[in-house]
Design a binder for this molecule. Structure first.
Ligand code: FES
Ligand SMILES: [Fe+2]
Length: 415
């Protein structure tokens, strides 16, 4: 393994390569992809340690010295804002004997101090100690190991890879379309950590279709037009009505100086989408009664109903950004059959709880929907790990985006 780190894309194990070669197009993956620890390690090394993944928001590290930590796979990540205002990411690992540096998930400090022997690092990762005399190594060789980080209009993405893949198209698109929502001036009204008893791909597959919505999401179906969109795809006679909704919504977006969108849920790029979709007719946001969930518009949005800016990035992030609030999810795969999903609810940074919004009103639409999704994901995981499982076919209409996700995933494994 000389010279091969988990972050330099080790070769795919032969058994995983055989599974990939045997995959039958047009349906879900075979059982081992959702249950086998060798595949899970391959997922980490070829996808989660390589691709750009969402770590948090810039406002979570608003001031110099603010930091956040995250563990993804075996990787310990530290994101910290320097005295110069620049947000950087490092491996949260001491260059002496490898202790974790920051134990807390959030905090603020003048410097980064290792709890073991108190080696101390500047916020830009430089070792303070003059290490030459006692340790025989110049301190310039003992700075914290950097991790690539990009700030996309307040959304922080990192890549653990030694050679991160090109992220420019996603960055440009997200920066332009997200800018009016001023995420750097937002705040987290609430967050929930859900442990989902399912493989991370099952969680993402579930996100990529609304075929399951009519039978599972009574509440979400009153808040989003997705089911209507799917029906129009199935029944061409409904398409003109859908086209009219999209055209009215686009006229509105133009009048607000926002990018137009379309009615589909297709990926804008191979691994991401960021496009504005209509609210359900008569609604100003994604809510069960169509009314705002926060009385304060977010960022630079000047009027109610900016549609919903849907942002999705394989393999670990999605966000629905409305005029008054945003709901997001960050996936942290924990093992072949468990995924930690952090649910975020964002509101404008100046919104006041109890005055502009209440959690009683803000949370249910997505908390209820999330819990419904996690239940069906766990049911699918249980069925897949049963000996009776055999992959079935995807809908050629309503599960095209799931097929796209699987194609992308297998392509990444193949390299
Ligand atoms: S391990 Fe960090 S100072 Fe020794
Ligand atoms: Fe769902």
């Amino acid at each position: 393994m000389d010279g091969v780190t988990p972050f330099s894309r080790p070769a795919l194990p032969a058994e995983v390569a055989q599974l990939v070669a045997r995959h039958r197009d047009g349906g879900p993956l075979a059982r081992p992809f959702y249950a086998d620890s060798t595949v899970f390690q391959a997922d980490l090394q070829r996808i989660l340690y390589r691709h750009w993944i969402f770590v948090g928001y810039s406002f979570e590290v608003a001031k110099p010295g603010d930091f956040l930590t995250w563990k993804i796979g075996d990787a310990q990540v530290l994101v910290v804002r320097g005295r110069d205002g620049v947000i950087r990411a490092f491996h949260n690992v001491c260059r002496h004997r490898g202790s974790i540096l920051c134990r807390e998930e959030h905090g603020n400090g003048h410097r980064v101090v290792c709890p073991y022997h108190r080696w101390t690092y500047e916020l830009d990762g430089a070792l303070v100690l003059d290490s030459k005399k006692e340790f025989g190594v110049d301190r310039s060789e003992l700075g914290l190991k950097p991790i690539a980080l990009e700030d996309a209009a307040g959304l922080l993405f990192i890549s653990l890879a030694d050679d991160p893949p090109d992220f420019s198209e996603a960055l440009t698109t997200i920066r332009r379309k997200m800018a009016p929502h001023a995420i750097p001036r937002a705040k987290i009204a609430h967050k929930v950590d859900y442990v989902v008893e399912a493989n991370w791909k099952i969680v993402f597959e579930n996100n990529r279709e609304c075929y399951h919505c009519p039978s599972n999401h009574k509440e979400y179906n009153t808040a989003a037009y997705d089911v209507q969109r799917d029906m129009a795809m199935l029944d061409p006679t409904q398409q003109p009505a859908m086209d009219a909704i999209v055209s009215r919504a686009n006229a509105r977006f133009r009048s607000l100086g926002l990018d137009e969108g379309d009615a589909t849920s297709t990926m804008t790029g191979s691994a991401f989408r960021c496009h504005r979709t209509p609210c359900i007719e008569g609604s100003v946001t994604q809510s069960m009664d169509g009314k705002p969930l926060s009385q304060r518009l977010m960022g630079d949005i000047k009027e109610w109903d900016s549609g919903t800016l849907r942002t999705t990035l394989f393999p670990n992030f999605w966000q629905h950004t409305n005029c008054d609030y945003a709901a997001a999810a960050r996936l942290t795969p924990l093992g072949p059959d468990r995924t930690l999903v952090r649910g975020y609810w964002l509101v404008d940074g100046d919104a006041v709880e109890g005055k502009d919004y209440t959690l009683d009103r803000l949370l249910p639409i997505w908390d209820v929907t999330n819990l419904q999704d996690w239940r069906i994901c766990a049911d699918q995981q249980a069925g897949i790990t049963s000996p009776g499982y055999e992959p079935g076919p995807y809908s050629l209409i309503r599960e095209r985006n799931v097929a796209h996700f699987i194609d992308w995933y297998l392509g990444e494994l193949r390299g």
